[in-house]
Ligand binder design. Sequence first.
Ligand code: CMP
Length: 143
Amino acid sequence: MERTFIMVKPDGVQRGLVGEIISRFEKRGFKLVGLKLMQISRELAETHYGEHKGKPFFEGLVNFITSGPVVAMVWEGKEVIATAREMMGATNPLKALPGTIRGTYGIDVGRNVIHGSDSPESAAREIALFFKEEELLSYEKTL
Ligand code: CMP
């Protein structure tokens, strides 16, 4: 089953949007298999956002993502990577469709509330960066 890495950024945590974001993924039928509240080190931030190194916004991005607690998560389900991207909306909230997470709560391209992996390769890399194998749980829903 496919897995993706989702992170509520410092602005989302500070504004009390963690529950709302988790709820949207739960209601969509995805399964939470990993979850942690953490403050990202500079080193981890620079590795996670390595593909943006050298871009004009890189320093600001690293400063922002290390500025307060984030909630790192792994969600599992059919086509969860692409579906999560649709649920999040465009990177720039000003371009994100109404009803998407960024289209509803995002302020600007920096303070855009949430990060999600953009491909299976990114998902594998980001999950391994933030979680140890034993921190990802395997369970069946018992309803
Ligand atoms: P994210 O999905 O976390 O991946 C890279 C992040 O860089 C992106 O969301 C934005 O929050 C951030 N960013 C800041 N400035 C820019 C910019 N000018 N263009 C693209 N991304 C930006």
